[in-house]
Design a protein around this ligand. Structure first.
Ligand SMILES: Nc1nc2c(ncn2[C@@H]2O[C@H](COP(=O)(O)OP(=O)(O)OP(=O)(O)O)[C@@H](O)[C@H]2O)c(=O)[nH]1
Ligand SMILES: [Mg+2]
Length: 458
């Protein structure tokens, strides 16, 4: 890794209160000092202090910007190198001018993610923590943010390390048996291998189990709103999106196409799909719309079936309920402000009470119940438990699966009394695969691939 000094704008480009340029490297302080004028000399300043002054053109001493400069000396900084942060007035022109001037002093423009990459290469964070920094930036909901934050803190890493520790113990035990077979009873070693592999495998399975939730937190639950025309599907989309995204009229068949909107319901990100009302129709455009509704319904992770509680159940609705009884679905009895004509008994015949929600979108009633029902389905109320680690990264999931397979192989070999040094190979493979998750044994290209996903300045 080159130890040169790098800089980038670390705040979003655009108008804002302030913009921050981050500089990191051995020469960060002297290079920034060349263009900074203030009462105290930057090179004489204490670490973790803030200095008011001006960025000046060194040749002419012309003042370019009024700034605050923060210095954080190695190793107590994000990158573990000397870091200087220059806070300028927000605005594209001002911040670019300052950055240009810094680059003219011999500082190199940082690549995307290079600051975080340095934090990793300098040993401040491991790979799962670095990857979580991306998730933190991209988090679309409170819950996704919390999960990413846990990972940044090293929660997943410490669990992986614990598993690897157990495998090391196991390998040591087996090693003794290979080197001094007379000191050990083969039977006992076989039992020991079985026990340890089982324990580690159970833990890997638990982590994999959380993967589905982790993915949802990152990408959103694909949620289709379906039902007959005019029951209030588009009204529901608008209510959850808190804007008039879809056209709402009292004419049945208003929505013809699938409308997508990303919303956040009780901290859970949903990719909502409003669809055309499902019914038999001769209108060709509407027919295409209905086909699209059916596709959305087939592919969704969650289905919100909207029924009009002021009308009797229709045959298509009975068919939909039958079809949805075994899926992840919530039934919404809408329009409860009107007189009830729906046969609720039939609805409850297909769906458990916690899957049925009564709403009036006109009066804005029952939305909180809907939120509860949705989080109930996906998190069984468990997400708040602070000790849960969610595995959400595809790379981690793939490696956990590989490690699990290696242990399955080891167990099988163990059952067949295959020579113990062969079993050792599988155990070592599992240990290495787990190591790859935290970046103990990863190649240069993978590291580059991970860090280029970052935005500039991070
Ligand atoms: N009284 C009452 N009317 C409602 C309620 N929710 C929606 N509506 C009305 O029902 C009509 C249809 O609403 P939409 O949201 O367009 O229904 P939709 O299911 O999207 O209809 P299509 O797009 O035609 O399939 C509109 O006139 C809404 O104002 C409610 O809770 N109570
Ligand atoms: Mg509609």
């Amino acid at each position: 890794m080159l130890k040169d000094t790098i800089a980038a704008i670390s705040t979003p480009l655009g108008e804002g209160g302030i913009s921050v340029i981050r500089v990191s490297g051995d020469d960060a302080v002297p290079l920034v000092e060349r263009v900074f004028r203030s009462k105290t000399k930057l090179s004489a300043a204490q670490t973790h202090t803030v200095h008011y002054g001006y960025i000046v053109e060194p040749a002419t001493s012309e003042r370019l910007e009024e700034v605050l400069v923060t210095i954080m000396k190695a190793p107590r900084s994000f990158t573990m190198e000397d870091v200087v942060e220059v806070s300028c007035h927000g605005g594209i022109v001002s911040v670019k001018k300052v950055l240009d001037l810094l680059l003219q002093q011999g500082i190199r423009l940082a690549e995307p993610g290079e600051f975080t990459k340095r934090a990793f290469l300098n040993g401040r964070i491991d790979l799962t923590q670095a990857e979580a920094v991306i998730d933190l930036i991209r988090a679309k909901s409170d819950r996704a943010f919390k999960v990413a934050l846990k990972q940044v803190e090293g929660k997943l890493s410490s669990q992986i390390k614990l598993l690897r520790h157990q495998l090391v113990e196991l390998m040591a035990h087996v090693e003794v048996n290979i080197d001094y077979p007379e000191h050990d009873v083969e039977e006992m070693t076989n039992a020991f291998i079985r026990n340890k592999c089982d324990t580690v495998m159970a833990e890997i399975e638990r982590l994999l189990h959380t993967a589905q939730q982790g993915k949802i937190l990152r990408e959103g639950i694909e949620t289709a709103i379906v039902g007959r025309p005019n029951v209030g599907k588009s009204s529901l989309l608008n209510e959850l999106a808190q804007e008039n995204r879809a056209i709402v009229t009292d004419i049945p068949g208003t929505t013809r196409d699938v409308i997508e909107e990303f919303v956040n319901v009780g901290g859970i990100p949903l990719k909502l799909l409003d669809t055309a009302g499902i019914r038999e129709t001769t209108d060709i455009v509407e027919q295409i719309g209905v086909e699209r509704s059916k596709t959305a319904l087939a592919e969704a992770d969650l289905i919100l079936l909207v029924l009009n509680s002021s009308e009797e159940l229709q045959l298509d609705e009975l068919a939909l309920m039958q079809q949805l009884a075994k899926r992840q679905a919530i039934v919404i009895l809408n329009k409860i402000d009107l007189e009830r004509r729906i046969d609720v008994e039939t609805v409850y015949h297909y769906f458990a009470p916690e899957r049925v929600v009564e709403l009036s979108l006109l009066e804005g009633k029952g939305i909180a119940d809907l939120e509860k029902a949705i989080s109930g389905i996906f998190f069984e109320g468990k997400l708040e438990a602070s000790d849960i680690t969610y595995v959400s990264n595809v790379r981690h999931i793939a490696l956990l699966k590989q490690a699990k397979q290696s242990l399955v192989d080891a167990l099988e070999a163990n059952e067949q009394y295959i020579p113990i040094d062969m079993i050792q190979i599988d155990i070592r493979a599992a240990w290495e695969q787990l190591g790859e998750i935290i970046g103990d044994s990863v190649g240069e290209s993978l590291i580059d691939q991970i860090f280029t996903q970052f935005c500039l300045g991070k």
